[in-house]
Design a binder for this molecule. Structure first.
Ligand code: ADP
Ligand code: ZN
Length: 215
């Protein structure tokens, strides 16, 4: 399947994407994970992206399209992909449309995961992330803590609060979402690709997608 997952930070895009990969071998592509990996490695890309990310600002569209143009041509994408955190702006959505046309690929759906703001705020302040760039497993201090406090179950690295998950950076990320990313809902409605799911459980999100795609 070839899906875009839309939704505010904390809506559960990553969790739903991970569950969907198990269905048919489609790969999850998270621009946030790719960028955090690049920052840790201090690659050229990482150095360019770091300051924007710390502030909770979007990284420039050109950098993101550079990443995605390469990534979508890797062989593992042929089966399908779950785009998590991309596109984030109308120019990215338009560039993606051109890129997919060039690659002869067609999207199945753009899924808008619509979660109430109070739930989002609560999730983001209690979210913790594995500090190992190759793992980046996600935990929640209330609902899904690691078995040993502060240690990743999967790889044993320290589990930390992301630098952009302070109260101030979170409210800035949500503003950025409303201003720059929410307009994509209208964009994909016009394209005839939109599925809106009002669900706070990732299982329900996955079920709605399976129904729609008749899987
Ligand atoms: P979340 O969805 O939880 O906000 P992500 O992990 O998707 O977080 O992204 C973290 C940060 O990486 C964003 O705040 C932004 O700075 C940058 N980023 C990720 N994806 C994009 C994108 N498609 N366009 C611009 N910036 C991006
Ligand atoms: Zn880990």
């Amino acid at each position: 399947m070839k899906l875009i997952l839309l939704g505010a930070p904390g809506a559960g895009k990553g969790t739903a994407a991970k569950m969907l990969t198990g269905l048919d071998g489609s790969v999850q592509i998270s621009t946030g994970d790719i960028l955090r990996g690049a920052v840790q490695a201090q690659s050229d890309l990482g150095k360019q992206a770091e300051a924007y990310m710390k502030r909770g600002d979007l990284v420039p569209d050109e950098l993101i399209m550079g990443i995605m143009e390469k990534r979508l041509q890797e062989p593992d994408c042929a089966k399908g992909f779950l785009l998590d955190g991309f596109p984030r702006t109308i120019p990215q959505a338009e560039a993606l449309k051109k890129l997919l046309a060039k690659l002869g690929m067609k999207l199945d759906l753009a899924v808008n995961i619509d979660v109430p703001r109070n739930v989002i705020l609560d999730r983001l302040t209690t979210r913790r992330t594995c500090s190992n760039a190759a793992c980046q497993a996600i935990y929640n201090v209330k609902s899904n803590p690691p078995k040993r406090e502060g240690i990743c179950d999967k790889c044993g690295s320290p589990v930390i609060q992301r630098e952009d998950e302070t109260e101030a950076a979170i409210s800035h990320r949500l503003e950025t979402y409303n201003e720059k990313t929410a307009p994509l809902i209208g964009f994909y409605r016009k394209e005839g690709l939109l599925l809106t799911v009002n669900a706070t459980s990732s299982e329900a999100v996955v079920d709605a997608i399976k129904d729609k795609l008749a899987l």
